[in-house]
Design a protein around this ligand. Structure first.
Ligand code: SAH
Length: 521
């Protein structure tokens, strides 16, 4: 996207799926993002790691940066030649002060673009089963701010509203709820008119109170409704009972933390969102090829001399082929290799590169892989069909060849030692291919989210991920964290850190998904 330009973007009401495609694309190329406190966590977690992030904006009464300073900051960042994103909750022009922020830019002839967002005024009712208009109930909708500008008194004209009829949506009005309801009734609205307050709509913690204009303030007091919330007044509110759908989704109410690199979890995150969970993508670790790597160079130079290649993770597979391509070596150098994988994920990754695995153990651990592969190579094949069928006569049938089988295991720098020890009767070469490095957490304050008990489930796919998490959270008490772990080793690390542990039946993503569903109950 263009440099020296400001993109005024509406982020929608919270659900990551309601961010527009245009907004997402521009966000990926931003040099700096100035964001509001109203922008949802799931959306903030999509802001790319590389760009600068500045918290501005407001939460009624708690100004982080005065509006004038935000305006000047936008101008300065654009004049410095940056691609500047101003990210706002909902739609930027609906009570978002978007207009004010553009004035200074226009005066200084700085280029800008406005990317409209899904407004909470319509989407939050929708997520609560309330259509803001309806042929039988309301032929107009009025969106009203209950927040007055300091020092100005331009009271809401309740009389005019009641005369017009239709649905009324009040934003920034929770504190003024009793006055609003009283004002409407004084202006002649029947006390039994349906009315609702909808809190944190479209997120995992959305709540609603549906009552009448007369009883709503008291009901909200009882339920301790907090912010942000909108008030909806009108006959359409009675439809929420019949039409409410968001809570019916299988993972509704779950706020799930994923910490793997985004490209590896996009599909998984998508499936969890499909089931109604709010998903935070906060990569805490990254896998990197070890470069330079003379041992790898040597192995690649004589790839045709290995009879077996063994992969212990999807990342290992991906990085292996990446390293191969980087050395301008093509797939024919693997023509004579047979390939073993640790489990489903690696098998799938391998298939993306056009190879079908020759062997996969019954249990997806390094120990089982070593043990079962050894048995397989020695000709003691398993009967239960979990091993993939033979494609050619195994060298294992050749007593002279077996001992000298050359096996290459390109994997993480500190891989599980049990794998190699089970295979030591062969000519095994343990090849450190990549390492796992911790990443700086992005924009979200994980510590705060954990302390407030906002995250319902944290998903761990390796012990190194647990270590990064613990490091980021410092001294925080982790007893409240429900950890969904991919395997025993990971669970042991999470338990040692004090978390409540839940372990997937098998070390694969599908099992994790099932586990999360079971944890949800
Ligand atoms: N531009 C925004 C509104 C900004 S005013 C939009 O188009 O949605 C801020 C008010 O929006 C809040 O006080 C609250 O009334 C409402 N709001 C924003 N997000 C909300 C959400 N997820 N749930 C309920 N109300 C929300």
């Amino acid at each position: 996207m263009e440099k020296g330009k400001v993109y005024l973007i509406g982020a929608g009401p919270g659900d990551a799926g309601l961010l527009t495609r245009r907004a997402y694309d521009v966000l990926q190329t931003a040099d700096v993002v100035l964001y509001d406190s109203l922008v949802g966590d799931a959306i903030l977690s999509l802001v790319p790691a590389g760009c600068r992030k500045i918290a501005v904006g407001k939460r009624a009464g708690n100004h982080l940066l005065p509006q004038e300073e935000t305006n000047v900051l936008l101008l300065r960042e654009a004049l410095d030649g940056n691609c500047v994103v101003r990210l706002k909750g909902g739609d930027p022009f609906l009570f978002g002060r978007g207009g004010e922020e553009l004035e200074l830019l226009a005066e200084n002839a700085v280029a800008f673009e406005v990317i409209p967002g899904v407004t909470s005024a319509i989407a939050v009712p929708a997520y609560n089963g309330i259509p803001v208009t309806h042929r039988d109930w309301a032929s107009s909708v009025h969106i009203i701010t209950a927040h007055r500008r300091a020092g100005k008194t331009d009271p809401i004209n309740y009389k005019a509203l009641v005369e017009m009829g239709g649905t009324f949506v009040f934003l920034m009005g929770v504190r003024a709820l009793p006055e609003i309801c009283a004002g409407l009734m004084e202006a002649g609205m029947p006390a039994e008119t349906p009315a609702a307050v909808l809190e944190r709509g479209t997120t995992a913690s959305q709540r609603r109170v549906v009552a009448t204009v007369q009883t709503l303030p008291e009901e909200c007091e009882k339920e301790q409704i907090g912010m942000p919330a909108i008030i909806v007044v009108g006959e359409v509110c009675r439809l929420s009972e019949e039409f409410a759908w968001a809570e019916e989704r299988p993972l509704a109410g779950e706020k799930i933390l994923l910490m793997r690199p985004r490209q590896l979890i996009r599909e998984f995150a998508g499936r969890l969102r499909e089931k109604g969970a709010e998903v935070l993508e906060v990569p805490l670790i990254e896998t990197r090829l070890i470069e330079p790597n003379p041992q790898l160079d040597a192995a690649f130079a004589s790839l045709c001399e290995y009879q077996w290649l063994v992969f212990t993770s999807p990342s290992g597979v991906r990085l292996f082929f990446e390293a191969l391509a980087a050395r301008r070596q093509d797939l024919r150098s693997l023509m004579r290799c047979r390939i073993a994988v640790i489990g489903e994920g690696s098998r799938r990754e391998l298939e993306k590169h056009g190879f079908i695995a020759d062997f996969m153990p019954e249990t997806y651990t390094g120990e089982a892989l070593g043990r079962e592969l050894c048995a397989y190579l020695k000709g003691q094949r398993k009967q239960d069909g979990n091993c993939l069928p033979e494609q050619q006569t195994s060298s294992g049938d050749d007593p002279a060849g077996e001992e000298n089988l050359r096996i290459l295991i390109p994997r993480a720098k500190e891989g599980n030692p049990e794998l190699v020890s089970h295979l030591k009767e062969f000519a095994v070469e343990d090849l450190p291919l990549y390492e796992t490095v911790p990443l700086e957490p992005g924009i979200l304050d994980l510590k705060e989210l954990v302390q407030k008990g906002e995250i319902t489930t944290a998903v761990f796919t390796s012990a190194s991920m647990v270590r990064s998490f613990v490091q980021v959270l410092g001294e925080t008490d982790l007893r409240g964290v429900r950890a969904a772990c991919i395997g025993k080793q990971t669970a042991a690390a999470a338990e040692a850190a004090g978390m409540q542990i839940f372990v997937a039946e098998q070390a694969k993503i599908e099992s994790l998904e099932k586990l999360i569903q079971e944890m949800h109950g």
